[in-house]
Design a protein around this ligand. Structure first.
Ligand SMILES: NC(=O)c1ccc[n+]([C@@H]2O[C@H](COP(=O)([O-])OP(=O)(O)OC[C@H]3O[C@@H](n4cnc5c(N)ncnc54)[C@H](O)[C@@H]3O)[C@@H](O)[C@H]2O)c1
Length: 426
């Protein structure tokens, strides 16, 4: 008989692992609780112990602690059905492949792996083992992004013509952790940029071709002692070096051609000085959307030729918009058009949705919304500007996704043991 509750291991107890604990607690407190945290695992025992203490506090039950995935699965056996991978990006493929081969379903933080080759290995392993892989793309679960997508699908702005996604700021500060500035560990443009790749694809569908340029503007990054998103990194940031030498790009500038004929203009610049900039706009044949970004609950502005709709009236333009029952419970209704919550409360709610979906998919034998294939496409779109820059020409998403174009990523694959020769041994 299929279990109605999913026994889960959390692998990776750094900043995001701690945030996932809040997501699990949020789900546990809801009417749709379907996941039990059984154990935490981290190669850094101090981090695992801290997570276990926090879990006991948040969930009322102290999970077991492991430092090694194989030992954990061997000991817990059938008491464990799934794992959540919240390790740093360069280790995702190693951890995910081990979990799948040991019989666990997966929720894996983005990026699914650090390179397209890594993603492909995970995708193949999911098929081979018949296990579910869900990629944790939390931004698209934000009710405001659900509403934006419904407005587009319901024709509120007519035929979409142009999407602008802009994110500029960051100066020369270390962005969250030092590894986010290292080419072989997952540069900030890949680590953060992939969220926007996912949003671009979620809003307007598949991208056909991309022309892009990337830059490494700030070669030295400084420790500003930032506690990171939600304040969860304060424990570690004091021990980061005062400055680091960056090896990975910190800015991406790209022009996209969507399959539906629309054009995308995408800037993800984490080295911006002066006035920071954020924009997410969609222009269509009958109007435009000005979207507030992610995890802030602010309303979307719908601009029509005869006026501006920025209130509840926007719902009249999205008749098919409905949140899932858990999202409706957590955000205050099934047709939410704005909400007011603190960042950490929003974050936990979005993570709760991801965990609930995994539990429901395992119980029903269904596939999640963001499968390994979707995660791979998101990563291919993120690397497309890098590959385009390297080749000096536009690239198709297909040739990046299928690995025909990979000159930029090859060095990372070699470093991670994923290059062509290495892969035959897997
Ligand atoms: N969706 C979001 O909003 C969001 C935000 C932040 C981070 N993330 C993602 O979460 C992941 C983790 O990021 P982070 O900021 O928490 O990193 P981090 O460096 O703070 O933590 C990573 C943890 O993983 C552990 N680890 C590394 N290799 C391991 C292995 N093989 N087995 C077990 N543990 C291992 C490390 O010891 C560390 O405790 C990344 O993929 C990142 O992109 C997502």
């Amino acid at each position: 008989m299929l279990p109605d509750r999913l026994a889960l291991a959390l692998i990776g107890c750094g900043g995001m692992g701690r945030r996932h604990l809040r997501g699990l607690a949020c789900l546990a407190a809801s009417s749709f609780s379907n996941v039990d945290l059984v154990t935490v695992c981290d190669v850094n025992r101090d981090n695992a112990s801290l997570a276990a203490i926090e879990a006991a506090d948040l969930l009322g039950r102290r999970p077991r602690i492991y430092a090694d995935v194989e030992a954990m699965v061997r000991e817990l056996g059938a008491d464990l059905q799934a794992a959540s991978v919240t390790t740093d990006a360069a280790s995702h493929h190693t951890v995910a492949l081990a979990c799948l081969d040991l019989g666990l379903h997966l929720l894996c933080e983005k990026p699914l792996a650090l390179t397209v080759r890594g993603c492909r290995l995970i995708m193949d392993a999911a098929k081979r083992t018949g296990k579910i892989v869900s990629v944790a793309e939390n931004y698209r679960h934000d009710p405001i992004n659900r509403l934006a997508r419904a407005l587009i699908d319901d024709g509120a702005i007519g035929t979409p013509r142009l999407m602008i996604e802009t994110n500029i700021g960051g100066k020369n500060a270390i962005a969250i952790t030092p590894w986010r500035h290292m080419k072989h560990a997952g540069t900030i443009v890949v680590d953060a940029g992939i969220h926007y790749a996912d949003i671009l694809r979620y809003y307007l569908g598949e991208v056909r071709a991309i022309y892009g340029e990337v830059r490494l503007h700030e070669k030295i990054r400084y420790n500003t002692g930032s506690a990171g998103p939600g304040g969860f990194y304060a424990r570690w940031s004091a021990d980061f070096p005062a400055q680091i030498e960056a090896t990975g790009e910190d800015a991406l500038y790209a022009l996209l051609s969507f399959g539906n004929g629309a054009v995308g203009h995408w800037i993800d610049d984490h080295a911006g000085h002066g006035q920071p900039a954020r924009a997410r706009q969609v222009f269509g044949s009958e109007g435009s959307l000005d979207c507030p970004g992610d995890r802030n609950g602010r309303p979307i502005a719908l601009h029509l030729d005869d006026g501006l709709v920025i209130s509840q009236g926007i719902l009249d333009h999205a008749p098919h918009y409905r949140l899932d029952p858990l999202a409706a419970e957590l955000f205050g209704g099934e047709r939410v058009w704005s909400y007011q919550l603190e960042f950490n409360d929003i974050d936990a709610r979005l993570l709760a949705l991801e965990y609930h979906e995994l539990g429901a998919c395992v119980a029903a034998g269904a596939q999640p919304e963001v499968t390994a294939e979707e995660g791979l496409a998101d990563l291919a779109l993120t690397y497309a500007p890098f590959e385009s820059h390297r080749l000096g020409r536009a690239v198709s998403l297909a040739e990046v996704a299928n690995g025909d174009v990979d000159a930029y990523q090859r060095e990372i694959d070699v470093q991670l043991g994923l290059a062509a020769g290495d892969m035959t041994t897997r």
